[in-house]
Ligand binder design. Structure first.
Ligand SMILES: [Zn+2]
Length: 201
């Protein structure tokens, strides 16, 4: 798509000697908008800050911007708190290890409930809720809707649940909760050191 420059937004830099700008573009042939990178046009401020972009959730603010831009001091420490991806770096896929995938994505209780349903069902069409969900995914991953195959996988997942070495659902949720709390604390503290760039338009 062909784009052409439509306007430039400006803001003053923290020291006041230079400026910060961002060019905006729009489609030539049909309506489309694009924001260019934010640039610090000041040698002093450029050596002190990096620009960080954050997408805004919820209604747009009075300046209609989709993203907020912050000046963060160079060298500000990165987030180093708990992370699910660090605690359990390996991602298990359904078609690679269906049993492991079940353990990572369901509680033991859910798996037991699904197993109960399957023990009382004569066809995968009769399954509901999580049992139906597992059956559908099993069909895609293992190309089978045979109840005894699904049953076998769920039984194994329950058997291995507590000794599984890549984080069962519960263990992952515990880390996730810690991560969410730690990230929000980190962000709150970081905000005190950041400067919101307030563009003129
Ligand atoms: Zn400056």
């Amino acid at each position: 798509m062909r784009m052409e420059e439509s306007y430039t937004s400006y803001a003053s830099c923290p020291c006041g000697k230079g400026k910060i700008f961002q060019k905006h573009y729009e489609g030539v042939d049909w309506y489309s908008e694009e924001d260019g990178p934010v640039t610090i046009d000041c040698r002093d401020c450029n050596s002190k800050f990096v620009i960080e972009e954050e997408s805004r959730s919820g209604p747009l603010l009075s300046d209609h911007r989709r993203n907020a831009y912050y000046l963060t001091p160079i060298g500000y420490p990165r987030y180093e708190g708990p992370e699910v991806i660090k605690a359990f770096p390996k991602i298990t896929y359904t078609n690679e290890n269906f049993v492991g995938w079940l353990i990572e994505n369901y509680t033991e209780e859910s798996l037991n409930n699904a197993l109960n349903q399957i023990n009382n069902a004569s066809s995968s069409k009769m399954l509901k809720g999580i049992a139906a969900q597992i059956s559908n995914i099993h069909k895609k991953a293992c190309h089978s809707v045979r109840l005894n195959k699904i049953k076998e996988a769920i039984e194994l997942s329950i058997l291995q649940y507590n000794s599984y070495n890549n984080g069962n659902y519960l263990q992952r949720q515990q880390v996730l909760l810690k991560e969410e709390i730690a990230r929000s604390t980190y962000k709150e503290e970081k905000r005190k050191h950041q400067i919101l760039i307030e563009f003129d338009r």
